[in-house]
Design a protein around this ligand. Structure first.
Ligand code: FES
Length: 347
């Protein structure tokens, strides 16, 4: 089971007007544990909160850099952007996440919004440096040029890999004299823009990363352009409040009581689920080492396989169709629908 490691902060540098790039030193003894696949994130623990941040640095870099954007009122992002400095230390879980691009020949494309550029930067930089037969096209969207993270790093990729890296930048709230007209990248605009930018059918993998509006528009546009679903990978940043439970949704058995049996790190035990709580809450009361980060159905850290019983998930922005079909659920969003449910966190 992954556990937290204390890493020294080597550098905190501005990544945009309201964001920083935090670089963590990796001692030799932890290099293997912190080796990442491009697109993955790490979880940072700060007091009793946890936050996941995508890795911006390419595979093979000496240190690990994550991008942190300031969120108004955000406990860790405020600390990171205002107070964190070289010489401090952070408790960090090794890289995780299934929004990944393993270098291979082909043409890959990304649509990013805001801090969604962070994991895509690691993907593009690693791919272009290690796979001569690969190309990458980036369509990024930001409020303004000043708020755009990692502008220099993206420009550097253009200089280093002319002909294999193409980037187009849309600004949603700032007028420009050249480039794309100002405005949101909604479905209609993407349906026009993407075929003009590249041969859509020629792309081997699409990577969408950003807020719900942009990733939803991207998925819809790609579907309309005939792209097969298994070629489209999504990672969501910034989800609003949980939607209300759909009218007519079945009542959860947890409202009257259910028994959860969970397997974690090879140990299996059963506990009651307190009415109204999620399965993750029931597990954490008894096994504080259970995996979690966002508790919002976004990061996928609490993924477990349902091996018996049925559950209802309040929301799911992390699991894709094949995982759902294989029986995976998000424990932080799952509520029991049957008297007994069985979860396997090791599966
Ligand atoms: S803890 Fe992030 S999806 Fe459950």
């Amino acid at each position: 089971m992954a556990r937290f490691h204390r890493l020294a902060v080597a550098r905190v540098a501005p990544a945009a007007e309201d964001a920083v790039a935090v670089t963590l030193a990796l001692p030799d003894a932890l290099r293997a544990a912190f080796a990442h696949v491009p697109g993955q994130h790490v979880t940072v623990r700060h007091g009793d909160i946890r936050r996941t941040y995508s890795i911006a640095s390419p595979v093979g870099a000496e240190a690990l850099t994550v991008g942190v954007r300031h969120v108004p009122g955000g406990a860790f992002s405020t600390h990171a952007t205002r107070a964190l400095a070289a010489g401090h230390a952070l408790d960090v879980l090794p890289p995780a996440g299934r929004f990944t691009l393993r270098p291979r020949p082909g043409h890959f494309a990304a649509i990013t919004g805001g801090s969604g550029i962070t994991p895509v930067l690691s993907m593009a930089a690693t791919l272009l440096a290690t796979e001569p037969g690969a190309r990458f096209t980036l369509l990024r969207s930001d409020r303004s040029a000043a708020s755009a993270m990692f502008l220099d790093e993206v420009a550097d990729l253009k200089d280093r890999h002319p002909g294999r890296f193409q980037a187009l930048h849309a600004l949603t709230r700032e007028e420009r004299h050249a480039g794309l007209p100002t405005g949101r990248l909604d479905e209609a605009r993407l349906k026009e823009l993407l075929p003009a930018l590249l041969n859509v059918a020629d792309v081997d993998g699409w990577y969408l990363c950003g807020p719900l509006g942009l990733t939803g528009a991207g998925r819809a546009a790609l579907r309309a352009l005939g792209v097969r679903r298994e070629r489209v990978h999504t990672e969501l940043f910034h989800v609003g409040d949980a939607p209300p439970v759909a009218a007519g949704a079945p009542a959860a058995a947890g409202d009257t009581g259910a028994t959860l049996t969970a397997t974690l790190e090879g140990r299996r035990a059963s506990w009651p689920v307190v009415p109204g709580e999620t399965l993750l809450s029931a597990v954490l009361r008894n096994r504080p080492d259970a995996p979690w980060a966002c508790r919002g159905g976004v990061c996928g850290t609490c993924r477990a396989r349902l091996t018996d019983g049925r559950v209802r998930m309040d929301r799911n922005y992390a699991l894709e169709e094949p995982e759902l079909a294989a029986g995976y659920v998000l424990a932080c969003q799952a509520r029991p629908l049957t008297d007994r449910v069985d979860l396997d966190f090791d599966a």
